[in-house]
Design a protein around this ligand. Structure first.
Ligand SMILES: NC(=O)c1ccc[n+]([C@@H]2O[C@H](COP(=O)([O-])OP(=O)(O)OC[C@H]3O[C@@H](n4cnc5c(N)ncnc54)[C@H](OP(=O)(O)O)[C@@H]3O)[C@@H](O)[C@H]2O)c1
Length: 282
């Protein structure tokens, strides 16, 4: 049997870049996508990787991408919808254009790609789709509401698809990465003209999140999600914070979690919170 093939979007940097290497080293064929023509050589020299241009905002290109990707190595077995970016700021200062763009990339592009690959996987009665959400969708951070709403949409979509496609042997899974040191934060699309009222609290909140974990932790979870043969688990988490937040929520219950988490976001975390939340892993 020929080597399996995976398609990974948004591979110029971060989790996508690292996971291309993991799959290629494990003997997979990889169709890696990049958003900028200038990044087409980003995986040059890595064996069994074909790098294609795809701006996931282009739904027509997304919908045609299943067949284009399959034609690269003659088969396709898995898809990681990783491409995405971070919009941040108080909602009232985010323009509707910024909000639409955030959903275009993080949600509508991802939905179009799911649509492109589902018929292929359904017909062959096998396939894994990993949709990248974020722990922020579960945690509920301030100044992040648009991003986390887009990532919550990804999580819900994935759960619905998991139930819809299981009978065809297709596993659809959502990944909730914790806070990881990638380039995403140097490219943040920030709300402009933010009222003075917010600035002190937003700055204090930002200063709480500067220590981030090693993104290789997330790439390793991506690899596991595709290769573990587990079609029962829908939600996978990565990083000390990614792993801890759902557990702490379960332990404390929603209301108590919310009280503790809100205090932490004001820079007033309690000893209980500090004991429950592990430090980032560099
Ligand atoms: N880092 C974190 O803490 C964290 C936590 C939770 C979830 N995530 C999610 O993880 C995924 C990967 O992010 P990362 O942290 O690895 O950041 P990253 O290094 O910025 O990688 C994101 C990739 O997505 C690409 N991309 C952005 N918009 C695109 C578009 N319209 N079409 C095609 N590609 C596009 C970027 O391309 P360019 O290089 O051209 O910009 C980049 O290659 C994202 O979905 C992000 O929301 C990240």
């Amino acid at each position: 049997m020929s080597a399996k093939t995976i398609v990974i979007t948004g591979t110029a940097s971060g989790f996508g870049h690292l996971s291309v290497r993991l799959f290629a080293e494990a003997g997979w064929n990889v169709v890696a996508t990049v958003r900028k023509e200038s990044d087409l050589d980003t995986h040059a020299g890595v064996e069994n990787v074909k790098t294609l241009f795809l701006n996931v905002d282009d739904e027509e290109a997304d919908l045609a991408f299943g067949e284009l990707a399959r034609s690269q190595f003659g088969r396709v077995d898995a898809l990681i919808n990783n491409a995405g970016y971070f919009h941040s700021g108080p909602l009232e200062a985010s323009t509707m254009d910024q909000i639409h763009r955030q959903f275009q990339t993080n949600v509508f592009g991802l939905i179009a790609l799911n649509k492109a690959f589902i018929p292929i996987f359904r017909e062959q009665r096998s396939g894994v789709i990993v949709n990248v959400s974020s722990i922020s969708a579960e945690a509920g951070f301030p100044y992040t509401s648009v991003y986390e709403a887009s990532k919550a949409a990804v999580a819900s979509l994935t759960e619905g698809l998991h139930a819809e496609l299981a009978e065809f042997g297709v596993a659809v899974k959502a990944l909730f990465p914790g806070n990881m040191a990638t380039r995403i934060f140097s490219k943040t699309d920030r709300a402009q003209d933010v009222p003075q009222d917010y600035l002190a609290s937003w700055d204090r909140f930002a200063s709480l999140n500067v220590v981030r974990s090693d993104p290789a932790i997330t790439a390793a979870v991506m690899f596991r999600m595709v290769t573990d043969g587990n079609s029962r688990t829908v939600r996978y988490y990565s990083g000390p914070d990614g792993d801890a937040i759902p557990r702490v929520k379960q332990l404390l219950g929603q209301d108590w979690y919310w009280e503790e988490f809100s205090a932490r976001n004001r820079g007033e975390s309690t000893p209980l919170w500090d004991a429950l939340m592990p430090s980032p892993k560099a």
